[in-house]
Ligand binder design. Structure first.
Ligand SMILES: *Cc1c(COP(=O)(O)O)cnc(C)c1O
Length: 481
């Protein structure tokens, strides 16, 4: 399998090359040169597989430069009951949907029972094992530099802690994460994990990471890498749970389902798009946004308009607070028939010059719904509170704020009796303040997380200054060339 850039750069890469890389050399994102099709017989064979084996089957179609026995062993070590809390790994829970009084089976798919209680563990845990394998094979090491406002950082640190050949330098805005999220990251005592609290906001952290990565000399010398959401290996790991969700909600391959996905950077729902392109019978992929509705606006109007940081709202579903959706370029590439010259013009020239592009007059725009099955909706703080209360009342379940955005939007997109699956992207304990606002009580704390806020913390606080971060890397890094 070869990988191509959405902006048309000529060099074709293989899986392990792009595993350790971020953007393509032309600034585009990598995608497979074609989507492998999964036929009816294959779906039938996959239906009965345990999750780790299903992951191996899906990944095998995209990875041909890791021997099968190794890839199988990596999947088996990653997706265990011990790490993800249940033998199904991503079980469905049926909800009684009193609010929309429809006949459809309405499900939550639990993706948040990994070590850091958000769906990012599903991909990041695999990435940790893939990185360790590939770095050992090359005899190399890597310093991962990242910026986080919460879920990504803790998932990355949990996946990389103690891994040979990898160090993590994770910047976060000082004092802005919830006490639970701070405790999750800062209580890790592993020698290869470095928490850096930056006196500034999340955008300052992102700017620092960009500045360091743009210093090519430094980047090469100190072997700087990333694990952000544009990483293809993360995306393909997420494809697996769409298959697993479909198999649990249906009995036969003739049945179709809908998925609703709480969305920010478009990584999660893009994995659903890939699953659908492979032939999984998905009728619709519903993109749910919060008040930061860049994506909902696109699917309603054809206009993709990135927001300034001043126009980006701080909401009670903070992991969806985005000003632009970093994975969206992948979908647009497919939408416009893989016209790389057009994608380059849209994402490079038009966004830079005007801050938006408008595909409403392009013939492909109608295909977003008709051919690619996309729909969208938006949820607000008031919707979130009402949905959390409603699910608590009628189902005796507490859902997190991002999942609540998904449920709210999913209810507007139910079709007849077709199953609707909402992806549960985090557990409520991570966003306890809003749960208390909605329900007047604390969410349940999963076993093993009692009192984590009181644990000793390992974090250095620095000014929002590129040189300060560089010195920290130089002093603590895993490797230099
Ligand atoms: C990251 C995240 C999202 C958004 O996922 P994308 O892949 O960026 O669209 C939604 N919910 C939670 C809890 C997250 O951590």
């Amino acid at each position: 399998m070869d990988y191509v850039s959405t902006r048309g750069h000529a060099s074709q890469q293989r899986f392990c090359d792009i595993l350790l890389e971020g953007l393509a050399p032309d600034g585009g994102l990598y995608l497979p040169s074609r989507y492998p099709r999964v036929d009816d017989a294959t779906l039938t064979r996959w239906r009965g597989l345990p999750y780790a084996e299903l992951a191996f089957e899906v990944l095998s179609l995209y990875v041909d430069d890791i021997p099968a026995v190794e890839l199988r062993s990596i999947c088996a070590r990653t997706y265990t009951r011990e790490v993800f809390g249940s033998p199904e790994i991503v079980p469905l829970r049926r909800l009684v949907d009193k609010a929309s009084s429809n006949a459809a089976a309405f499900y939550l798919q639990a993706l948040s029972n990994g070590p850091t209680l958000a769906f990012k563990d599903m991909a990041m845990q695999l990435l940790g094992n893939l990185f360790e394998y590939e770095l050992a094979r090359r005899g190399e090491s890597l310093n991962i530099l990242g910026a986080t406002s919460g879920d990504t950082g803790s998932a990355a640190e949990s996946a990389m802690r103690g891994k040979k050949g990898v160090s993590v330098f994770m910047t976060s805005p000082h004092g802005r994460m919830s006490p639970f999220q701070q405790a999750q990251m800062f209580s890790l005592m592993d020698a290869n994990i470095h928490n850096i609290a930056v006196r500034g906001v999340f955008d300052d952290c992102q700017d620092i990471v960009k500045a360091v990565s743009n210093d090519l000399e430094f980047k090469r010398k100190y072997r700087i890498g990333t694990v952000n959401s544009i990483n293809w290996a993360r995306l393909v790991a997420q494809v697996v749970y769409y298959f697993a969700g479909y198999f649990q909600a249906t009995r036969a391959n003739t049945e179709r389902v809908r998925f609703t996905v709480p969305s920010g950077n478009f990584g999660n729902v893009c994995a659903g798009h890939v699953a659908r392109m492979m032939g999984l019978p998905i009728d619709a992929l519903v993109v749910a946004t919060n008040e930061n509705d860049v994506l909902d606006e696109f699917f309603r109007t054809g206009v993709y308009r990135v927001r300034s940081s001043a126009d980006t709202h701080e909401t009670s579903s903070p992991s969806m607070d985005i000003s632009k959706a970093s994975n969206f370029e992948r979908f647009v590439f497919d939408l416009v028939g893989r016209d790389a010259a057009l994608v380059r013009d849209l994402f490079d020239r038009q966004l830079r010059e005007h801050g938006f592009f408008d595909l409403s007059a392009h013939p492909a725009f109608a295909d977003a719904a008709r051919v690619f099955g996309f729909a969208s909706g938006r949820s607000t703080h008031a919707d979130r509170l009402a949905t959390i209360r409603d699910i608590d009342t009628h189902n005796a379940q507490v859902i997190d704020t991002h999942t609540a955005d998904g449920v709210k939007v999913a209810r507007e997109h139910v079709a007849g009796e077709m199953p609707m699956i909402v992806l549960e992207t985090a557990l409520p304990i991570k966003f306890a303040e809003t749960i208390v606002e909605a329900l007047g009580r604390q969410p349940e704390r999963p076993a093993g997380f009692e009192g984590i806020e009181a644990l000793p913390k390992r974090v250095v606080v620095v000014p929002a200054d590129v040189e300060a971060i560089k010195s920290l890397i130089v002093a603590n890094c895993e490797a230099r060339v």
